[in-house]
Ligand binder design. Structure first.
Ligand SMILES: Cc1cc2nc3c(=O)[nH]c(=O)nc-3n(C[C@H](O)[C@H](O)[C@H](O)COP(=O)(O)O)c2cc1C
Ligand code: SF4
Length: 667
């Protein structure tokens, strides 16, 4: 069959393993495991779906080699006993049946474990925490290190027994081996601290134990924080130096980046370009002549193919891209690239749920990580007319799903375009990726003959009736929340006033000068929307102040976005006024109040970003006109309560399908 992207889909042999193509699923903790660390059925289906989607090599998420002290996350996988082998074998068997090879990432969390979960003080290279403000660990003795290195070896042996084709040793991301490698966490004075050779010694012991355990045929991959991107941490050059002591038994270098405190460069922030950090893979490959994996926001197959073609790396690591679309590889290889549901690097469903949220992995734009598009097998058994009001992401998902199972669907949108708020937000340069999702939905909708999209429509309940709907889905979204604060409505967006809403900001993006030095911007609201404005104004030199009622700024952000936001605020010296209320709005100043008293903040640009509220102007009429009829009605997404993309898209898929099933339209 014809291949697109020939470099990306060429096989490659590494030691005793021939990988069918260069697409590697990156290890990503999922919290799908049971509390005993056993693979769940969900787990197996999740990975199998990505194997079926044409992924060449799957690196299963980090698995614990020594329990409980080495464990990380809420329900991490374990491999510290033989009893874990049977389920792991079931997984490798299921994926091998699709031609995909399987690797697994063995890990000891060290100081990144939490005493509240493991019931003891975490261990590490020294007593330095693995992140600023983190728990103080206990330094490990030499005997303990010898024993832990053996645990890695035993774990690797179990993994090979369970059918894994490759072992990945996690030596990055502030876990135990990284705690030895990085001078930021290792101040030992013995043979495991100080020089590059000494800091690499424990990693070397682990590699040697793993090689002894797996024999000469099984490749070993070493995952690195190639550039730690932390002051006082290992730079790329430092990494190239310590790798001289590790290189010989390693077959693949998995060139990740960053530590806990720079996680926005490890689980890449939205604004970072596709493949921005492939220079790290290139440098390691150039020095050691071994295959490397490049990763980081790689969503576009052309970028992936170019990286391989240039010889910067031999494999392309895709993490979130495969959460969002398990068929990324097959779609790139055989299909239309516009069919790919490209991850938008929002981090809400994945990082937000998993890291710090104690919840299983989910995705803002892919409402079913486990069963994928199995719903497409459902078919209408009696004619069903569906009207969707509102063409934002929730409405579009609902309309596409209903059409895909065979309903006759009409989507009515008041604006002249579809895609809703995501289209607006994606106009902010740093949020450009967000536009990929409405673009994908639009493309999906255009391919459905039984879905008619009408824009620029003045929708009324009377109009809806003309379609004789069996189901009406209201998805009219949200509008900015403007509380009754003195002076707000008189000044917002008014002539002679410099007070603006997020929509005014977006509509004026082209008119702001690149250099805003000497200008003052005050942003009321330290949530995601206010921070988007801050991230635009601060780097352009404006003096920025954020006013937030809550005790902290960015309270609802995921770990990666939060770290990026903190870095930006520190770098540009953004003034942060927390526990501060907006009292009065004037044309060129805000009067605010906190425990220190009242202050008047002058500005050249004042933004009121107090969140969004549900917008459902038709819902009352829809309830009145259809409530007592055979027509079923649903209100979904932001028009119920302003939330995130993930909530609306989930309802657009599942609530709509479940309703159609309950009413007997589909089986
Ligand atoms: C939810 C989540 C969990 C992750 N867990 C791991 C992990 O277990 N081990 C690891 O080395 N990296 C982990 N990562 C980092 C990814 O492997 C990957 O390097 C990163 O997401 C960047 O690639 P991407 O832009 O293609 O997602 C995780 C990332 C996410 C989003
Ligand atoms: S939740 Fe957002 S960042 Fe995570 S995989 Fe989905 S689209 Fe990507």
């Amino acid at each position: 069959m014809k291949n697109n992207f020939n470099h990306l889909f060429a096989p490659l042999r590494v030691r005793g393993m021939t990988v069918p193509n260069r697409v590697v699923m990156m290890p990503m903790g999922s919290d799908f495991a049971g509390h005993d660390g056993e693979l769940s059925d969900e787990h197996i289906k999740y990975y199998e779906l990505r194997a079926r989607g044409g992924t060449g090599l799957i690196l299963v998420e980090n698995i614990c080699v020594k329990y409980p002290e080495g464990s990380n996350g809420t329900t991490q996988l374990r491999i510290d006993k033989d009893s874990y082998i049977p389920r792991l074998f079931t997984l490798t068997e299921a994926c091998h049946r699709h031609g995909t090879l399987m690797g697994i990432q063995i890990n000891h969390a060290g100081a990144s474990a939490m005493s509240s979960r493991i019931g003891m003080q975490p261990v590490s290279a020294s007593s330095l925490p693995s992140k600023p403000g983190g728990e103080k660990p206990r330094p490990l003795s030499k005997d303990e290190l010898i024993s832990i290195a053996k645990d890695y070896g035993t774990a690797a042996k179990r993994a090979v027994n369970a059918g894994f084709d490759l072992i990945e040793i996690h030596s990055g991301h502030s876990y135990l081996i990284s705690q030895f490698l990085s001078p930021t966490m290792n101040d030992r004075t013995d043979e495991f601290g100080g020089s590059a050779e000494n800091r690499a010694r424990f990693c070397r012991m682990v590699i040697d134990e793993v090689r002894k355990a797996v024999g000469p045929q099984v490749p070993i991959s070493l995952r690195l924080s190639t550039d730690e991107l932390v002051e006082g941490g290992n730079s790329l050059d430092d990494c190239l130096e310590y790798l001289e002591y590790l290189n010989d038994e390693v077959d693949i270098f998995d060139t990740s980046a960053a530590l806990n405190q720079t996680i926005q460069y490890q689980i890449d922030a939205c604004y970072l370009e596709d493949g921005w950090r492939s220079y790290m893979a290139k440098a390691v490959k150039e020095k050691f002549g071994k295959p490397t994996i490049a990763m980081g926001n790689i969503r576009n197959p052309q970028v992936a193919d170019d990286i391989i073609a240039r010889g910067d790396a031999d494999f392309i690591g895709i993490g979130r891209g495969l959460i969002a679309d398990p068929d990324w590889a097959n779609k790139a290889r055989y299909g239309d690239v516009s069919d790919i549901r490209k991850c938008i690097s929002c981090n809400t469903g994945c990082v937000g749920n998993r890291i710090g949220g104690n919840k299983p992995l989910r995705c803002a734009i892919n409402p079913d990580l486990i069963n994928g598009e199995a719903y497409k097998k459902l078919r209408v058994v009696k004619p069903c007319s569906v009207v969707v009001v509102g063409g934002g992401t929730a409405g579009l998902e609902a309309a596409c799903v209903a059409a895909e199972v065979g309903c006759t669907v009409t989507l009515l949108e008041k604006k002249t375009y579809i895609g809703g708020l995501s289209v607006e937000i994606s106009k902010i340069p740093a949020k450009k990726r967000l536009g990929d999702f409405p673009a994908y939905l639009k493309h999906r909708a255009e391919k459905l003959d039984n879905l008619t999209v009408k824009t620029g429509v003045n929708v009324t309940s009377v109009l809806i009736k003309t379609y004789k709907p069996d189901l009406v889905v209201n998805a009219t979204g949200s509008v900015p929340l403007l509380p009754p604060i003195e002076g707000l409505s008189d000044n917002l967006g008014k002539e002679g006033s410099a007070v603006y809403s997020i929509m005014d900001f977006i509509n004026s993006l082209d008119s702001y000068p690149d250099d805003l030095s000497g200008k003052k911007a005050v942003i009321v609201g330290g949530g995601a929307v206010g921070l988007d404005v801050m991230e635009f104004f601060a780097p352009r030199g404006a003096e920025v102040t954020i006013v937030e009622m809550l005790p902290m700024i960015g309270r609802d952000l995921d770990a990666s976005s939060s770290s990026g936001m903190k870095e930006c605020m520190a770098k540009y010296k953004v003034r942060q006024l927390t526990k501060t209320a907006l009292c009065t709005v004037k044309p060129h100043s805000f009067v605010v109040k906190n425990d220190a008293g009242t202050e008047e903040l002058d500005f050249d640009y004042g933004f009121v970003c107090l969140g969004m509220k549900a917008y459902a102007p038709l819902w009352d009429a829809i309830q009145k006109d259809f409530g007592d009829t055979d027509t079923e009605i649903l209100n979904i997404g932001d028009s119920v309560r302003a939330r995130r993309i993930i909530d609306g898209v989930d309802a657009g898929r599942h609530l709509v399908l479940n309703t159609l099933e309950r009413l007997g339209y589909i089986i």
